[in-house]
Design a protein around this ligand. Structure first.
Ligand code: NI
Length: 168
């Protein structure tokens, strides 16, 4: 396994639209394992392939306390969404910025697992937020894009300031 570099804003590669995975093979499983290791090392709860500069439709998550319940979604699709919730979000690609984002409360998602087997699941609460956040990455969308223009501007300014302060 390997820890992969995570792209951060304003890197334009985060704006790439991911392509469907055609064959779920050993290289895909290896990437999923590397992404999980990268996510755990960075104390994240979700990571999309886009964030490690691989533009395919693959996301991993683990919302468990013990970090022992990895989830892997390949070619995920939200097939139903309902309700509304507002939750504070952060992102490994947008370091140290947190903001409240409005999302659906419940989603139904279908995907392939790491063996290429189709599955469907329903999620609500934080898991539903995480699924929507990670699937956005595959479209080249980051959570700041979901804020009002003013709030987005403020967050980007803060990000710029941080970048200027931290050594390159
Ligand atoms: Ni993110």
């Amino acid at each position: 396994m390997a820890i992969l570099p995570i792209l951060t804003l304003p890197d334009k590669r985060l704006r790439t639209k991911a392509k469907a995975v055609e064959t779920v093979d050993e290289s895909i499983r290896q990437l999923a394992d590397d992404m999980l290791e990268t996510m755990y090392a960075a104390s994240g709860i979700g990571l999309a392939a886009t964030q490690v500069d691989r533009h395919i439709r693959l996301v991993v998550m683990d919302l468990s306390e013990e970090k022992n319940q990895p989830l892997c979604f390949i070619n995920p699709e939200i097939t139903a969404a309902e309700g509304e919730q507002v939750c504070e979000e952060g992102c490994l690609s947008v370091p140290d910025i947190y903001a409240k984002v409005k999302r659906a409360e419940r989603v139904r998602v279908k995907a392939l697992d790491k063996h290429g087997k189709p599955f469907e699941m329903e999620a609500d609460g934080l898991l539903a937020v995480c699924i929507q956040h990670e699937l956005d990455h595959l479209e080249g969308i980051v959570f700041l894009d979901r804020l009002s223009p003013l709030k987005k501007k403020m967050a980007l300014k803060k990000l710029q300031k941080q970048a200027a302060l931290s050594p390159a």
